[in-house]
Design a protein around this ligand. Structure first.
Ligand code: ADE
Ligand code: ZN
Length: 372
């Protein structure tokens, strides 16, 4: 594969990870009653050092913040209350979610909004034991509304800086092109991003998958790779395995986001396992968007057992009912995952990250020191 590699060789990167400052708080206390099994599971999951590799920052916009930002900017929302907005999060498929998601971002207008959004996510992720996050952002959903690229970048970067200072969490940014828009729009977005490229580790492809194959974006991904961005792409969420092939062969994706429909193509699964191309899987998202009817039917465990590098992620946690910790817990309970599998998921998340090799080695050591 024509990977750019892990880290950005030869390119300075400003959002360098820093070691976590203090051990995570655990709920262990001699005065507490003996913990029930779910408490122990939650505590174990929280203590595992983990990376989150599939998180749309706009999808971490909680209804409370939507209302606060709407009030700040004098925007009237079509919902009477936070609860009414949350109650609308009942989706039939990816598109029915995206319609609400794009409406939601309208309340994000200035640097402070992007800062607050990012810092709120990093605080929540830290509480779940996330030590490193690689977060997607969708510039076209903001620039199309007249928000300057510089506004969102400045806000996101100051949020990341505050996350590092407050919680010791490291964070990389991945710019996503919206695949329901055309390739020229994506190319203009890439050009707008170039002055910021030392702050953006990769490019991705998201939004409505069906009818928008990765091959439509061959040229913009080729230019992005030449500029040193690491390519990733959503594929095989609702779309067929052929889209995963295109993402690998045409976009040269270093990771596939979702990718759960790979299972329909055994030769593809063998390739993903052999080449150790990670899938960033998001179980709660898949159930909310009807990719699987229920969590107990999810194929994550089978994909893991087939030797694929599977990571667990939250996608759009404000909309799908859970951040990373909840994804680990709910999936462990529904699929009966044991300690070894949870450890493997955490290990895969570090391995599949774009952290430099030395940082990965440190997190692997920390992981080995965690006991049940
Ligand atoms: N944008 C935000 N969440 C997404 C998802 N799950 N699939 C595609 N595009 C998205
Ligand atoms: Zn996604």
């Amino acid at each position: 594969m024509g990977l750019v590699g892990t880290g950005i060789p030869g390119r300075p990167f400003s959002a360098l990870p820093v070691p976590i400052r203090r051990p995570l708080q655990t709920t262990h206390s001699l005065k507490k009653p003996i913990m029930t099994a779910p408490d122990e599971l939650a505590d174990f999951v929280r203590r595992l050092p983990k990376a989150e590799l599939h998180l749309h920052i706009e999808g971490s916009l909680e209804p409370e913040m939507t209302f606060a930002k709407a009030a700040k900017h004098g925007i009237r929302l079509p919902y009477p209350s936070v609860d009414a907005l949350r109650a609308a999060y009942d989706f039939r498929n990816l598109q029915s979610f995206l319609d609400l998601y794009y409406a939601g971002v309208e309340v994000l207008r200035d640097e402070e909004d992007f800062h607050d959004l990012t810092l709120a996510y990093l605080a929540r992720a830290h509480a779940d034991g996330v030590v490193h996050a690689e977060i997607f952002f969708d510039p076209q959903s903001h620039t199309a509304r007249g928000i300057p690229f510089a506004t969102l970048m400045t806000g996101l970067l100051s949020g990341i800086r505050a996350g590092r200072e407050n919680f010791g969490i490291s964070c990389f940014l991945i710019l996503c092109f919206l695949r329901h828009l055309d390739a020229d729009d994506a190319m203009r977005t890439l050009r707008a991003a170039l002055p910021w490229k030392q702050h953006i580790i990769g490019v991705g492809l998201d939004s409505s998958e069906l009818g928008h194959p990765p091959s439509n974006f061959a040229d913009v991904f080729a230019c992005a790779r030449l500029e040193g961005f690491i390519p990733v792409a959503h594929a095989g969420e609702e779309g067929p395995p052929a889209y995963i092939h295109e993402a690998l062969d045409i976009l040269k994706a270093a990771r596939i986001d979702h990718g759960v429909r790979a299972e329909e193509d055994p030769a593809l699964c063998e390739r993903l396992a052999r080449e150790r191309i990670p899938l960033t899987v998001c179980p709660l998202s898949n159930v909310k968007l009807a990719v699987f009817k229920q969590l107990a039917e999810h194929n994550l465990r089978r994909l893991l057992q087939a030797g694929l590098c599977i990571t667990l992620n939250s996608d759009d946690p404000a909309y799908f009912g859970g951040y990373l910790g909840e994804n680990y817990l709910a999936t462990a309970l529904a699929l009966d995952l044991g300690e070894a599998e949870l450890r493997l998921l955490a290990r895969n998340s570090i391995e599949a990250s774009f952290l430099p090799a030395g940082d990965k080695a440190r997190w692997f050591q920390q992981l080995d020191r965690i006991h049940t």
